[in-house]
Design a protein around this ligand. Structure first.
Ligand code: SF4
Ligand code: SF4
Length: 444
């Protein structure tokens, strides 16, 4: 029995399908046209990390699209294999980049997850936890406070030690926690910060939830870099989570509530652009227009909002930034976050900036676009599979000989840094804004 078979309940029959989807049809929030666009060529198979892990057709993009079609036709139920495979998928969207037919796989899998959530019977613990955790800042604050204390008093070291002796459940997962920032950047930054050079305009930044709890430094560096380049920066304190974690887990209802709140808050700043330094968040915020397309009050505002969202590297590359005089003294490489390269097609811009900062010390990373296994909460839910993807990433980093790894997503920062720490590797894993600001600071 392979990895997946052990986790999947028995596969389905027509009767079960009918009982799960009473009308016998799988009403995705998208058109059947999207599904039938797939011509089953298989060109996406070689880039799919879950297919590489299992070798099973059903764990490939093509196989998952076939499963969606079967649910749509009422020949398999929404539970069992279908549910497992939709959630086993990383939603990394590497298949979307590889697909010659332009299949919008990301939209398909996210609609499928929502369909599962809506039709699932019984107590939905994951949905409830995610909803309460990301809906307001209080849940995040409470958890961050407890975890900071846990790290401060040294309890983390004991747990990590135990996890090596008894590598099970929560003990193993404790190794995924990076060193948390002492404070949230949003608590340190005022709501409006002056530019440090001749003013070019006003931007507003999203500090995010995971980014601010784990990598507040990256947020402070983002604001500094923007100011350094002549931008007045608004940091709206009323902002909320972008909604991506809920949306990717199939809870678009919560994601919509969060999106509407952010639209209100960011509109009030009067900023020309909304700069977002987390790939997962910027990808999701650029799609608020789709998320709120059916909302008469918000659809037009969401469209305007989405056009103003700029990912950090995209923004500074497009508007221009002052190149620091100094270069990195150690070897540097660049890991491409899935939601940056595959979802937003932002690849050349950050790489060009990193190459510029590193000069002769730049090292190209083999499989730079291969998922590191973080994928939202994937590394927690699918710990063992994510650990294999992380090993592959660390192996490639080792081979290129880089000491500093630059990337643009908090999930990737946490995953690669945790892997390096556990393997005893001397590696600095930092956000692009931090890399740039470190060089600016050497000039002071
Ligand atoms: S590459 Fe595109 S068209 Fe070909 S099998 Fe994959 S999803 Fe379908
Ligand atoms: S999104 Fe990633 S994991 Fe999911 S099918 Fe596509 S390539 Fe595979």
């Amino acid at each position: 029995m392979n990895l997946q078979d052990s986790k999947i309940k028995s596969v389905s029959n027509r009767e079960a399908a009918k009982s799960t989807a009473p009308d016998g049809r799988f009403h995705l929030a998208i058109s059947e046209e999207l599904i039938t666009q797939c011509m089953h060529c298989g060109l996406c198979l070689s880039v799919c990390p879950t297919y590489a892990l299992t070798g099973l057709e059903r764990s490939s993009p093509r196989g998952r699209i076939r499963l969606m079609k079967s649910v749509m036709d009422g020949t398999i139920p929404v539970t069992g294999t279908f549910e497992y495979e939709m959630n086993f998928c990383l939603d990394c969207q590497a298949c979307q980049t590889a697909c010659p037919a332009g299949v919008k796989y990301g939209e398909l899998v996210e609609a499928a997850r929502e369909y599962i959530q809506v039709n699932k019977k019984g107590f939905k613990l994951k949905r409830l936890l995610l909803k309460n955790f990301f809906m307001g800042r209080s849940g995040l604050r409470a958890v961050a406070t407890v975890l900071r204390f846990y790290q401060k008093i040294g309890l983390e070291k004991v747990v990590i030690f135990l996890s090596r002796i008894v590598p099970i459940g929560i003990l193993k997962r404790a190794r995924l926690l990076p060193q948390l920032s002492d404070k949230f950047a949003i608590d340190v930054l005022p709501e409006m910060v002056e530019p440090k050079s001749a003013e070019r305009g006003k931007v507003a930044v999203l500090t995010g939830c995971v980014m601010d709890a784990m990598f507040a430094e990256a947020n402070l560096d983002t604001v500094d870099v923007l100011r350094e380049n002549g931008w007045r920066v608004a940091v709206p304190h009323e902002q909320v989570c972008c909604g991506s974690v809920n949306g990717h887990a199939g809870d678009n209802e919560t994601a919509r509530t969060l999106a509407m709140k952010n639209i209100e808050v960011f509109e009030n700043t009067g900023a020309q652009y909304y700069v977002v330094n987390s790939a997962g968040c910027s990808a999701f915020m650029k799609e608020y227009d789709k998320l709120l397309a059916d909302n008469p009050e918000y659809s037009e505002r969401a469209k305007r909002f989405s056009t103003r969202v700029k990912e950090f590297s995209e923004f500074i590359h497009e508007t221009g930034y002052r190149k620091p005089k100094a270069k990195f003294g150690s070897t540097v490489t660049y890991h491409e976050a899935c939601h940056l390269v595959h979802t937003q097609k932002i690849s050349a811009q950050p790489r060009e900036i990193v190459k510029d900062l590193a000069g002769d010390n730049y090292r190209e990373l083999n499989e730079a676009t291969w998922c590191c296994g973080s994928a939202g909460i994937y590394n927690v839910v699918h710990y063992d599979e994510a650990a294999k993807l992380l090993d592959r990433k660390l192996d490639n980093i080792n081979k290129c000989g880089a000491h500093t790894v630059i990337t643009g997503n908090p999930g990737c920062l946490a995953q690669i840094a945790a892997g390096a720490k556990n393997d005893g590797m001397d590696m600095d894993v930092i956000h692009l804004a931090t890399a740039l600001n470190r060089l600016y600071k050497t000039e002071k």
